[in-house]
Design a protein around this ligand. Structure first.
Ligand code: HAM
Length: 422
């Protein structure tokens, strides 16, 4: 046993699990590119201030969950807890606004939050995110929600729900916050610990409390307090979603845990996932670019959690294609056979055939067992007899059928035999 253990809340991903990661990541890239998004890669470490200002001083993320440390020069750095603030920073710092508006970016990568680990909640987790900068047009919000719907359907998921809400502009929200505070005041002494704290720091979060649900369900609805601008935006969003035939529910309890949102907020919930059921979340953030020092730039985006999507695939028993299955395993015995095998492996790989050349001193039987364990489709067997006769033996690992093939025909025969596996 190693003396070293994974850090709590992190995981190693290998073996068959990788098939799910390829399935989700490749399908997501495909979907995002269909909607005109370009990839952006930003650093995993950023200055602490980017998140405390961007995500919001009073949020759980900034208050409790950030991995923050001093580097050797005393700079305060943070492992990114989310991607939006980083992309906004990159957008401003690299003057990407000069490339014209609107612009669409996507990213895939690890995020870090010091949360209590449990099923579906990790300290290192992966997000796939998308951000659109430079348009206040509600069609941008609708496109993102449509993309999410199409993407989840393309993964063959069915048991999920899209919930949308409007939390209004920052200005219009002030009135609602006052009303909400008045509503909650009589309940204050009996509220849960989190709610008692948030009553003073972040009153809107009280309505998505999982403990004081009953009180929250009777709270006044934000939708009754929207200003005209936010109302009109929300009406248009709904109209576009209807035209795009995206099924959705309106849920005034969607307030999101980050401070930068205005107007549209949305979440996708998977119904088999229990407590950590939100597989994607996002919304509009029209003030963030300016707040972080850039020009006034409306924006909207989302991020989804890869681990939770994979969990959902498993819950719905969706099988995913195996990736990187070995096409040919080359087994050999004898000095001449080894040299011939090395040459053959080079030829096979040149022809894009996924080839595993034996690297051990096992006998032929042991090598074939290894080929079986690696799930190779075919094996090539080379012994001294084969070398002398200028042939190789090709074995179908599924059926066990073996044929002798002229050395000069090997590539053609292998390519033909591989067709049978598709
Ligand atoms: P978020 O709701 O904090 O939003 O995270 C988005 C998604 O990341 C969640 O819906 C969930 O699937 C996944 N996630 C979050 N925390 C964890 C965790 N501890 N373990 C596993 N999965 C997790 C954002 O991060 C915003 N930046 C989204 C956004 C982009 N809004 C606008 N643009």
């Amino acid at each position: 046993m190693s003396n070293y253990k994974r850090i709590k809340g992190t995981k190693d991903i290998f073996g068959d699990e990788i098939n799910y990661w390829y399935y989700v990541e490749n399908s997501a890239k495909n979907a995002l590119e269909k909607y005109g998004f370009k990839e952006i890669r930003t650093p995993i470490i950023e200055s602490e201030e980017l998140f405390s200002r961007g995500v919001g001083q009073e949020t759980d993320i900034v208050q409790k969950e950030m991995y923050t440390f001093e580097d050797k020069k005393g700079r305060l750095l943070t492992l990114r807890p989310e991607g939006t603030a980083s992309v906004v920073r990159a957008y401003i710092e690299n003057s990407l606004i000069n490339l014209g508006s609107p612009q669409k970016f996507f990213y895939i990568g690890p995020m870090f939050r010091y949360e209590k680990p449990q099923s579906g909640r990790y300290r290192e987790f992966y997000q796939i995110g998308a951000e659109i900068f430079g348009t206040d047009y509600p069609l941008a919000d609708a496109e993102l929600i449509h993309l999410l719907h199409e993407f989840f359907r393309s993964l063959k998921l069915t048991n999920f729900k899209i919930k949308i809400n409007s939390i209004g502009t920052q200005k219009s929200r002030e009135k609602y916050k006052k009303v909400l505070k008045e509503y909650y005041t009589p309940f204050l002494p009996n509220l849960c610990e989190d709610c008692q704290r948030r009553y003073n720091t972040n009153i809107m979060r009280l309505i998505d409390c999982k403990i004081d649900k009953e009180i929250a369900s009777n709270a006044p609805s934000i939708l009754d307090y929207l200003d005209n601008e936010s109302k009109e935006h929300f009406e248009k969003l709904k109209k576009y979603l209807d035209i795009l035939e995206v099924p959705y529910e309106i849920d005034p309890k969607i307030v999101r845990g980050l401070d930068y949102y205005s107007k549209t907020a949305f979440e996708v919930e998977h119904l088999d996932l229990g407590e950590q059921a939100v597989i994607a979340g996002g919304g509009r953030y029209d003030d963030l670019v300016e707040q972080l020092g850039g020009p006034k730039t409306p924006a909207v985006g989302f991020a989804m959690g890869i681990e939770r999507i994979i969990e959902a695939l498993k819950k719905e028993h969706i099988e995913v294609k195996k990736v990187s299955q070995i096409d040919v395993y080359i087994a050999y015995q004898g000095e001449q056979a080894e040299l011939e095998s090395i040459k053959l492996s080079k030829e096979l790989r040149k022809n894009d055939i996924k080839t595993y050349l034996n690297l051990s001193k096992r006998n032929l039987g042991g090598q074939l067992k290894h080929a079986d364990r690696l799930n190779a489709k075919l094996s090539i067997i080379m012994g001294d007899e084969e070398v002398v006769n200028d042939v190789v033996t090709v074995r179908n690992m599924e059926t066990g059928e073996q044929t002798k093939v002229q050395r000069s025909w090997v590539i053609e025969v292998i390519l033909e035999k591989l067709q049978e596996f598709y």
